[in-house]
Every structure is written in C-alpha cells, then in structure tokens.
Design a protein around this ligand. Structure first.
Ligand SMILES: Nc1ncnc2c1ncn2[C@@H]1O[C@H](COP(=O)(O)OP(=O)(O)OP(=O)(O)O)[C@@H](O)[C@H]1O
Ligand SMILES: [Mg+2]
Length: 364
C-alpha cells in the first residue's frame, strides 16, 4: 500500500511587494511528501527554495504574501491548510516547532548568544510537551545524547560560542527533534560545515529519521547530498518545479534541459560531491515583470522559438511519479501538452486576444 502524504503543496505563489513592483519568487510550486520520505528540493541560488520552506511554517517577512494551499496531515490525522492559519495564531504555533520543525543553514544565527544551549532546547519542550522544568531538562538531555553530543550535563549549561560549528549543528538538530516532529525541513543544513563533519551530520539525520519516522524536506545545492539523502527530488527553477521524480530516475534519466545541465555540471567535474551548481551558462532572471515564456528560455539549448518564448509549460507526468515541464521533451505526454498549447496560442492569435501564459493562475 502506498504511504499517505504528510504534506501537499499546491500551486503555491509568494508575492513580495517592493517599491519597484511585485516580485514573485515562488510562482506555482506543487509537490508532496509522503510519511517518512525525504524529498530533495534542488536549484540555483535565488530560485525560491527558502521562501517556499518559510511559507510552509508561516515565517516569511510580512511583505511576503503567500497564496495557494499547503495541506498538512496533522497529529490528529486531519488535513489542515497551513496557509489558512494566522501566522501569529495559536493553531500554527501548535504545528511550528512541534509537528513541523526546521533546521537552518547557519546554526550561529538560529541560536541566541544570550542563553545556554540547554535553555534554548528546553524552550520547545516547555512550550509543547511539559510544563515541568525537571522533566523538560531530562527530555532535552536525552535528545542531546541522541544527536551525539558527549558530556551533555556540562554542554547543557554552555553558551553557543562554546560549541564548534559541527557540535552546534548537532544541538540545532536536537532542538528541531525534541518534540518528535512528523516533518523536518532542513534548509542547507550542512553547507556551512567541512566535508567530514557534513558526512557525520547527514548520517546522523538519516539514523534519526528512521528512529523518529519523520519525513524530511531537504534543501540543497549539492547533488551529491541529494543522492545520499533523498528518495525523491524536485528541481526548482525561477520559482517553479521543472522536474520531479525518484532520485534514481532523475539521476539516470534527467529530462528537463535544466536538470540535464545540473547533472552535466556534476559529471564534468568527476562527480565531486561538494560542487555547487553554478556551471550552467547565464543567470537566473529576477522574478519581477517576467515575460510570458518558459523561465529557462534564455539559457536553454533545446528551446523552440515561437513557442517557449510565448508560453510557460506545465508539469506533465511522463512515467509514474516522474514529471517534467518542457515543450521540447519528446515524450508523448509532453508533446500532447505542447500541441494543446500551440493550438491555444493559434486561437488566441487569430482572435487577437491577449496571449496568456501556459497556465492561468489559480488552476492546476
Ligand atoms: N524578504 C525578501 N525581500 C525581497 N526579496 C526577497 C526576500 N527574500 C527573498 N527574496 C528574493 O527572492 C528570491 C528567492 O529567495 P530564496 O531565499 O528563496 O532563494 P533560495 O533558492 O533559497 O537561494 P539560496 O540557495 O541562495 O539560499 C531571491 O531572488 C531573493 O533575493
Ligand atoms: Mg535559501
């Protein structure tokens, strides 16, 4: 039997009101994560990964306006839409830090320098699990042991500056796991660490995932890390998912020109695991006043003139669980989508109606 989804992100948009106009760094993102599964969210800097994660927890700046649906299966097994909750309200606070927690890239920023590590881990325990301070301390010490912090009684009373980077990242993981969340969002959790420590932390996360039976949304630039950690991958470009599927399929058979570029950039350098994904020519455009065209058009070597510059392709399933948004893909399902859009463009041209993109906002 297939596992249930723990979360479904549907047509998520995030608008940011700026002096110069509206920036839309997330433009219709769809993905789901099953219970206990790891989904890797990959893409270049600025493509909207962090804003997407923060939208799930309702922790973006207030100038960031999300829309769409984020359906979460909560601790009572009810489906709730996180976007309908007041970002400052009680309901989301019962989800945030307890049922869904997040690990950030920079542990130094996540901890306050003013309080001891123990105090900060305790905060979540006291808020969500028990009001009894002694019990809370026991729970915190136990989770600190679990993440491999030695000498926990002493460590408990130390301040963040007394921890090394790797140890601090372990403490951050302890803080994220102390309430036994069903979903962990890990936003580049090991980028700031050196390679050996990184490997240890990843191994630890995998072990803890099994033990806690939690799903992970794993954000990274690093395809080596994806291969090691993730069951499925969603490749993000300019605020949209352009390809998604099982990690093994995406590695063996990448279909979107952008994904192929990413894979190529890894293979070119001999599969070095710590390489970042910057070797595709050109840069990601700013998500403001975007023309109605495929976001990857300017950098794509497979683009179809007169089509890819006039409409944006939708995600289409080309084999079970493998979806891609590209008119140039030769797969029958993509070609059927291409034909449909070409015909629509023709109709719109002949009736001189304004040309719409591949999809009208709000519909799937
Ligand atoms: N508060 C904000 N105000 C204005 N623009 C923002 C804000 N937060 C993010 N952006 C812009 O939105 C886009 C997406 O940002 P985001 O942080 O989600 O990227 P990312 O994919 O996480 O990148 P990285 O890999 O560098 O962490 C970027 O162009 C960024 O500059
Ligand atoms: Mg980010």
């Amino acid at each position: 039997m297939e596992k249930e989804n723990i979360i479904e992100v549907k047509d998520l948009h995030v608008d940011i009101k700026m002096m110069e106009g509206t920036l839309t760094p997330v433009r219709g993102v769809n993905f789901e994560i099953k219970k206990g599964e790891t989904l890797g969210l990959v893409g270049e800097s600025g493509c909207g990964k962090s804003i997407t994660c923060k939208a799930i927890l309702g922790i973006n700046d207030k100038k960031c306006i999300p829309s769409g649906e984020i359906v979460f299966r909560n601790e009572d097994e009810n489906e709730v839409d996180l976007l309908k909750m007041d970002p400052k309200g009680k309901e989301i606070r019962n989800v945030r830090g307890k049922q869904i927690s997040m690990i950030f890239q920079e542990p130094m920023v996540a901890f306050s320098p003013m309080y001891t590590i123990g105090n900060q881990i305790n905060e979540a325990t006291l808020l969500h699990i028990t009001k009894d301070k002694k019990k809370a301390k026991e729970i915190s010490l136990e989770v600190m042991r679990k993440v491999g912090i030695a000498n926990v009684e002493k460590r408990y009373n130390q301040y963040p500056h007394e921890f090394s980077g790797g140890m601090l990242q372990r403490a951050l993981i302890a803080m994220a796991l102390v309430c036994n969340p069903k979903l962990l969002i890990a936003d580049e959790p090991t980028t700031a660490l050196d390679v050996t420590i990184q490997a240890q932390i990843l191994e630890l996360m995998k072990e803890l995932q099994k033990e806690f039976d939690m799903a992970i949304l794993f954000i990274t630039h690093d395809l080596g890390v994806v291969a090691k950690m993730c069951d499925r991958v969603a490749v993000m470009y300019l605020g949209r998912i352009v390809e998604t599927g099982d990690a093994t399929t995406i590695y063996a058979n990448p279909q979107h020109p952008y994904t192929r570029g990413l894979m190529g950039s890894v293979h070119k350098i001999g599969g070095r695991k710590d390489e970042r994904l910057f070797s595709i020519e050109g840069t990601v455009p700013l998500a403001m006043n975007l023309p109605k065209q495929c976001g990857f058009y300017d950098r794509c070597d497979a683009r179809i003139e007169g089509l890819c510059d006039k409409a944006e392709p939708e995600l289409v399933e080309i084999e079970k669980g493998h979806k891609i948004a590209c008119f140039a893909c030769q797969n029958a399902a993509c070609q059927a989508h291409r034909k449909e859009v070409e015909e629509r463009l023709k109709r719109e041209e002949s009736t001189k109606e304004p040309v719409e993109g591949g999809k009208k906002r709000g519909k799937r």
